[in-house]
Design a protein around this ligand. Sequence first.
Ligand SMILES: Cc1ncc(COP(=O)(O)OP(=O)(O)O)c(N)n1
Ligand SMILES: Cc1ncsc1CCOP(=O)(O)O
Ligand SMILES: [Mg+2]
Length: 213
Amino acid sequence: MKPQPHWPRRGLYLITPDEPDTARLLARVAGPLAAGAALLQYRNKGADAALRREQAGALLPICRAAGVPLLINDDWRLAADLGAEGAHLGEDDGEIAHARAALGAEALLGASCYNEIARAEAAATAGASYLAFGAFFPSGTKPLARRADPGLLRASAHFGLPRVAIGGITPDNGALLVAAGADLLAVIGGVFGAPDPTAAARAYGRCFETPSP
Ligand SMILES: Cc1ncc(COP(=O)(O)OP(=O)(O)O)c(N)n1
Ligand SMILES: Cc1ncsc1CCOP(=O)(O)O
Ligand SMILES: [Mg+2]
């Protein structure tokens, strides 16, 4: 496989909240995006296909203007149709290998590995761009998410892919995941549930102040 283009492999990986109003979604995302997100994932579990297309399409120009890659949750075909940089796929969202074959070597394709090294192994072999583990902490967004141990981050270093941590991550608990090997911290509630989402997004920078292990 061709090496992937440069993309920020360390920092805050911002994920959108379930916001039904597109104008409001853009207004909510603008500040945190400008505050220093490495990646943005469009995720709206309450939207139908038409709204997802509308909202992801509306996010694309603001991501381009900010220089932040846009990934689409669950739906690599929508990412391809819109010309977004990539997609994030979980266990019910299709095969990384199919998405890679369709989108090409330059697409950013993330894989949920939950709490399983075997899943990480399979995703790495299939051509994933990064491996996501979690939930590491209780998540208000996804209360039933299975839980993972930070040791998994260390144990997956040998795949040579960026490791993403997700689930209940705050500016206060994120540093321990970075110390355990997380390259990117994926966050919804810690930013969009905060009284000042832009300040909250900026606060995650603290988690990355020590050099990566
Ligand atoms: C970066 C990142 N990691 C994990 C997930 C979860 O994906 P999935 O298990 O498919 O669950 P849903 O997000 O679809 O509810 C993610 N979206 N992003
Ligand atoms: C999609 C997902 N997968 C595991 S936890 C989670 C939700 C993350 O959101 P939050 O940062 O609010 O816990
Ligand atoms: Mg999914």
